[in-house]
Design a protein around this ligand. Structure first.
Ligand code: GLC
Ligand code: CA
Length: 564
């Protein structure tokens, strides 16, 4: 595997709407982000991914773009963006934006022109397809529920939308459209952007026959992912995109890729892959329900750990390097999801941080993860904003769940769990805004907030700083970046443990955590030179036990990082 500048870095996702509001309108903005750059620098992160900040009607929170060249007024101005870019650079930080090009907004000029002239040039920027027997061309269910087809007024045609009907899919078969996209991508890269996180990209290749599939739900529809999984040929689009844009700027790219074919890892992120890297969602996919959130499975520790391990080995064997997350803006909070109830405390959160951040790959933190923000309990669907949550609530009701049960499902799975405002302090609205936030703050902010944790040496935040510093330290960065991942103590119940072993310098680092309820004693293979980091501050005790007995005893929710 060729070494790249970004391999040894740590990335952080900002959800701009909920990060920091500078003008009291209740919406996070660029100036807010600017005011927190030093905070992020001190945390130790290098690469900042901004969820979409382009002009948008915000039907899907900015993932519906109406002008790719404009900053949303809510977020600020292009001058402020340039300033942010400059200030990030000054701090040796890299700015990465979201690239949403599977679809745009129905308010985009292209789509408006297409509607105005459904036989004209711009209709071909989208999929305007004739219906079959007076019905939609196929029976696909969109990601947000309902058909993927919407009638084009005044015609016998339908347009395709894999997501909301306000997010028409762009026709990648059209070379003109592709050129428009490349021009736009280059325009941003020319500004000095480090690269992109690439949204929903697997969906850009369509089977132009749009075959229907066996219905898989009560609604008589079939998941649109069926078509995505069966069609071939996405590689040509992705290669062209790369050659025309990213490759020319040596840009960093991280793909949001679900439903990839198994043998395509190399093609996607090998040394000459379409992208620099992509997210490893293997832990998140596990719990997915067959019909919706309501029938998803709870996380089983062993299954989760083994899925991550299998993925680590698979990626490593392929000579690839993926990006690791525990949460993002589409997922519930990792601490609420992956930690058993008895572990949902500061020790548990530090343990989860340890086992995740030291995996092989590029760690991505999501805002608030570093202070251990958790899911937000709501009692009524009106408290939710997210389009997908509203759909899933209805899906749950349609499946026969009571209102109370359906809300519980949303409380566990909603994307709004991660979208509540960042908790900066115990002041009103968590210090996020002086006005009324667009989405209510989690009421636990007096307890969980940055200001309080900054003051406390044993806080989750302080621990994240140490952990990131360890990962990037001169002494261990080689091993923790490139060291081989080797599973350890897999047969021990509740234990999440692995080695990182460097061919380069001979170092071996053991990461061991006890997700179980009871203490566990592990026999170590040999001596230990040093305990590098303990989530309970037990470095010295561990060293002593290992020296005297050759064992390591981990209490419940304890994690240790040892240099063997
Ligand atoms: C991606 C985004 C998600 C968005 C969807 C449609 O999955 O992460 O937030 O709703 O694409 O753009
Ligand atoms: Ca604002």
């Amino acid at each position: 595997m060729k070494k790249k500048w970004w391999h040894g870095k740590v990335a952080y996702q900002i959800y701009p709407k909920s990060f920091m509001d500078s003008n009291g309108d209740g919406i996070g903005d660029l100036k807010g982000i600017l005011s927190k750059l030093d905070y992020l620098k001190e945390l130790g992160v290098d690469i900042l991914w901004l969820s979409p900040i382009y002009q948008s009607p915000f039907v899907d929170q900015g993932y519906d773009i109406s002008d790719y060249y404009k900053i949303a007024e809510e977020f600020g101005t292009m001058e402020e963006f340039d300033e942010l870019l400059k200030e990030a650079k000054k701090r040796d930080m890299y700015l990465v934006m979201d690239l949403v090009v599977n679809h745009c907004s129905d308010q985009h000029e292209w789509f408006q022109k297409a509607l105005a002239d459904p036989e004209g040039e711009y209709a071909d920027y989208f999929y305007f397809v004739k219906g079959k027997d007076g019905k939609a061309p196929s029976n696909y269910r969109s990601y947000f529920g309902g058909s993927t087809w919407e009638a084009v007024p005044g015609t016998d045609k339908y347009y395709l939308h894999m997501f909301a009907k306000e997010q028409p899919d762009l026709n990648w078969e059209n070379p003109k459209l592709r050129q428009e996209i490349y021009k736009m991508v280059n325009w941003w890269l020319d500004k000095g952007l480090a690269g992109f996180r690439i949204d929903a990209i697997i969906n850009i290749k369509k089977d132009l026959n749009f075959p229907s599939f066996e219905p898989d739900g009560e609604d008589g529809l079939a998941a649109c992912t069926k078509m995505v999984e069966e069609v071939d040929g996405i590689g040509d689009f992705l290669e062209e995109l790369k050659e025309e844009t990213f490759a020319r700027h040596d840009a960093f790219t991280v793909g949001e890729v679900f439903n990839m074919k198994e043998d395509e890892l190399q093609e996607f992120i090998g040394d000459h892959g379409h992208f620099s890297t992509m997210f490893d969602f293997s832990g998140h996919m596990l719990t997915e329900g067959k019909h919706g959130w309501y029938d998803s499975k709870p996380v089983d520790f062993k299954e989760w750990r083994d899925a991550l391990f299998a993925s680590q080995e698979n990626i490593q064997n392929a000579g690839c390097f993926e990006a690791n997350i525990i949460e993002n803006h589409d997922e519930p909070r990792g601490a609420s999801r992956f930690l058993p109830h008895y572990a949902q405390n500061e020790s548990g959160k530090k343990m989860l941080a340890t086992t995740s951040i030291l995996l092989r790959g590029l760690p991505f933190l999501y805002q608030g993860q570093e202070i251990g923000m958790v899911n937000c309990e709501r009692t009524d669907i009106s408290e939710y904003d997210d389009i997908s949550t509203k759909d899933q609530y209805q899906v749950a009701l349609d499946a026969g769940l009571t209102k109370e049960k359906a809300i519980q499902v949303c409380n566990t799975h909603s994307r709004d769990n991660a979208r509540t405002p960042m908790q900066w302090s115990d002041e009103a609205q968590a210090g996020f805004t002086t006005g009324t936030p667009w989405l209510a703050v989690n009421p636990n902010y007096p307890k969980i907030n940055v200001a309080e944790q900054e003051k406390r040496e044993d806080s989750v935040l302080s621990y994240y700083k140490k952990l990131i510093a360890l990962r990037k330290s001169d002494a261990y960065v080689e091993t923790l970046t490139y060291g081989t991942f080797i599973p350890a103590y897999q047969e021990e119940e509740g234990i999440f443990s692995y080695l990182r072993k460097s061919e380069e310098n001979g170092q071996t680092i053991l990461i061991a955590a006890n997700y179980g309820k009871e203490p566990k004693t592990l026999r170590l293979p040999g001596r230990c030179q040093k305990a590098l980091l303990s989530n309970l501050g037990r470095e010295k005790e561990c060293e002593q036990e290992i020296r005297e007995q050759g064992t390591l005893t981990l209490g419940s929710c304890e994690s240790e990082v040892l240099l063997l």
